[in-house]
Design a protein around this ligand. Structure first.
Ligand SMILES: CC(=O)N[C@H]1[C@@H](OP(=O)(O)OP(=O)(O)OC[C@H]2O[C@@H](n3ccc(=O)[nH]c3=O)[C@H](O)[C@@H]2O)O[C@H](CO)[C@@H](O)[C@@H]1O
Ligand SMILES: C=C(OP(=O)(O)O)C(=O)O
Length: 420
């Protein structure tokens, strides 16, 4: 597996173009299953997860032609309703094939997504939502098997016990072609949910309330040809801003929006960064400023995102003072902590809280990347550390960051990909 060899110690400086959001592009790609008419999607990031999704869509009979910065989809015929284990096991987001397949074809067989390092991540709410819409859903031989027995899905009043992002997206897509009205309560409010709703509405869906905790979907009989540009990646943006802060640099992220990551920007300012934001760019300046430790508590949007937790853990590692990091979304999202210990970090882990005491330096070491954002955190640690850091198994980074080493090197970092 590929690894990164990082020579630390250079502050990041310059401009970086932010890609389209992975977590918006993935549900939107699955939404093409719903529409037999042509759909053009742009600002699709070049990522492993996107390639996996395109392979999965191809498996279902959907044709994708490359166009500038995206793809044109032809889902006029769905030739298979099975999402096989081999493709699904590499990417949890594949569960989002379920809702659209059942809505369009009345049946689906989707492999249960494999376990992931950050927690158990059950899909019970996706399943019970479809059952409430009239589908028979069973789990057999590792697959979720759903069938409406020739009927259309029926609109339903669905309350989520826990706020779930892909659960909200899956059921919102299913409801688009259902008979009658569906109301999703305690729905996720993430910007990626709103982007999916905007994309579906551009296809002729009738969705209101996305971005609030109650989403109403009035089912329509069919969808029409459409185009949509995916919103910028707020987590990639936040990752570059933290990398600039940790290395004491000055970086402008372009093609993005501060409105997408207010909680993150608030914490970066509290940590001592100077941040200037305009319409579609954000500049973070940390030159001649001292980083101060901050307290973080992750929670569903608009609170602080769990996908930025690992990056702020490393920020606290090298800041003045002590900061606590409280993870409330996933029960096992501190896999980066033992790796940061190897680099000399001072972190005490108590259940789902990390108490991080800032240290003057981190020392380069060989570390193992576990999940996507833990990997990003180790790369940032390597950029700060003295000497050389080797981040092994960067497979996860390629799932979620487009051309990470090229973008970092353009900002003055020294990151080399070693294939293996
Ligand atoms: C592709 C994508 O968009 N991934 C994001 C999405 O993941 P994902 O949508 O998988 O995460 P969820 O929002 O569903 O998970 C939130 C919590 O709900 C629980 N849960 C979820 C579904 C369910 O049926 N039952 C249940 O108990 C999960 O175990 C977790 O504790 O949101 C997460 C939380 O912001 C992010 O970290 C991921 O980057
Ligand atoms: C956890 C993440 O992604 P996924 O849900 O695809 O595993 C992430 O983007 O940080």
């Amino acid at each position: 597996m590929d690894k990164f060899v990082i020579q630390g110690g250079s502050p990041l400086n310059g401009e970086v173009r932010i890609s389209g959001a992975k977590n918006a592009a993935l549900p939107i790609l699955f939404a093409t299953i719903l529409n037999p008419n042509p759909v053009t999607l742009t600002n699709i990031p070049e990522l492993k997860d996107i390639r996996t999704t395109l392979s999965l869509l191809a498996e279902l009979g959907i044709k994708a032609d490359k166009v500038a910065s995206g793809y044109r989809f032809d889902a006029s015929e769905i030739s298979s309703t099975t999402a096989p284990y081999d493709l699904v096991r590499t990417m949890r987001a594949s569960i989002m094939a379920l809702g659209p397949l059942v809505a369009r074809c009345g049946q689906a067989k989707v492999s249960l997504p494999g376990g992931c390092a950050i927690g158990a991540r059950p899909v019970n709410l996706h399943i019970s939502g479809l059952q409430q819409m009239g589908a028979e859903v069973k789990v057999e031989h590792g697959y979720i098997v759903a069938d409406t027995h020739g009927k259309k899905l029926q609109g339903a009043q669905i309350f989520f016990d826990t706020v779930t992002v892909t659960g909200t997206e899956n059921l919102m897509m299913a409801a688009v072609l259902a008979e009658g009205q569906t109301v999703l309560e305690n729905a996720a409010r993430e910007p990626e949910v709103v982007d999916l709703a905007n994309c579906l509405n551009a296809m002729g869906a009738k969705i209101s309330g996305a971005g609030s905790d109650t989403i109403t979907i009035d089912g329509v009989a069919h969808l029409t040809a459409s185009e949509h540009a995916v919103l910028p990646d707020r987590i990639e943006t936040g990752t570059f801003l933290v990398a600039a802060a940790v290395t004491g640099g000055k970086v402008t992220c372009t093609h993005t929006s501060a409105k997408l990551l207010e909680a993150v920007i608030t914490k970066l300012k509290e940590a001592g960064a100077d941040i200037q934001a305009s319409d579609n760019q954000i500049t973070l300046d940390m030159t001649k400023r001292k980083l101060k430790a901050v307290n973080i508590k992750t929670a569903p949007h608009p609170a602080f995102p769990t996908d930025m937790q690992a990056q702020f853990t490393v920020l606290n590692c090298v800041a003045q003072g002590t900061g606590t990091i409280h993870e409330t979304i996933f029960e096992n999202r501190f896999m980066h902590v033992p790796e940061l210990h190897r680099m000399g970090a001072d972190i005490e882990l108590e259940s789902n809280t990390a108490i991080v005491r800032g240290v003057e330096t981190l020392s380069g070491a060989e570390v193992m990347a576990t999940d996507l954002r833990a990997s990003a955190c180790l790369v940032i640690a390597g950029l700060f550390a003295n000497d050389q850091t080797v981040v092994n198994r960067i497979y996860h980074l390629d799932r979620g960051y487009e051309s990470l080493e090229l973008k970092l090197n353009h900002l003055g970092a020294k990151v080399q990909r070693v294939s293996g």
